[in-house]
Each structure stands twice: as C-alpha cells, then as structure tokens.
Design a protein around this ligand. Structure first.
Ligand SMILES: [Zn+2]
Length: 128
C-alpha cells in the first residue's frame, strides 16, 4: 500500500474517512559535519505526511523516524525520509498530484477536496 522506497510499512489503520499508514525509515546512518565519532541511536520521532487519496479516503503516512546523537559534538540528526517533501509535510507523489490538479482547478476547490493535506502536527512517539 505504501510503495515509497526507504520506508517500510509496519501496519495501517482503516477508518471510514482515512487510511493511516504506520512506517519506519530504512536503517542507515546519516553523517555529521564534525566528522566525529560514530553516531548512536537516540530514540525515535514520529511525524506525519499527507499522501494522495486512496478510494476517496484521506491518507496519512505516520513515520517513526530514527533519531541519532553525534558523540563528537552532541548534535541530533535524523534518518532521511526519501519520497517526502518535508517542508510541506506531504509525500512527493502528493506534491506532484496537487501541482497537476492545481493547474486545472481553483486552489480553493482543490483544498476542499484534499482536506487531509493540511500540515499534520507532530504526534507523540510510540516505540517500534
Ligand atoms: Zn558531530
């Protein structure tokens, strides 16, 4: 159902109005600019991204993102999430979908249709 390389679906919740897809990032270590010692795992942060609608339902991808701590400088890093537009909190395919439809319809009409595309807020982290 998810089909975004770099993300692994762990479960989904199907309600009458919405699909919520729970996913984790692929395991790889980001690099730190300080070139210090190795990064270590430091919990997870959960973030949500709107995705293109399926079967007329809103779709939200809830990613449990690995957080890392640099032992050299103490800076926090996160695993990259491929296929998402982090600035707009939507998937890249959803961004392309909006861009395509926005050329043909008024933005206000599109916004009503895609109510789920409001930037979701951060949600409490659950262990995975
Ligand atoms: Zn560092």
């Amino acid at each position: 159902m998810l089909n975004i390389p770099g993300l692994k679906q762990v479960s989904h919740v199907d309600t009458p109005d919405r699909y919520t897809i729970e996913a984790v990032t692929a395991d790889f270590l980001p690099a730190c600019d300080c070139a210090g010692p190795r990064l270590v795992s430091n919990g997870r942060k959960t973030v949500e991204f709107a995705d293109t609608p399926i079967h007329g339902k809103q779709v939200v991808v809830r990613v449990h993102r690995q957080r890392y701590l640099c032992r050299g400088c103490g800076e926090t890093h996160y695993a990259d999430i491929p296929g998402v537009n982090e600035r707009h909190r939507i998937t890249e395919r959803c961004f392309a979908y909006i861009t395509k439809l926005g050329a043909r319809r008024p933005w206000s009409m599109l916004a009503q249709e895609l109510e789920a595309l409001r930037p979701p807020s951060d949600v409490p982290t659950k262990p995975y």
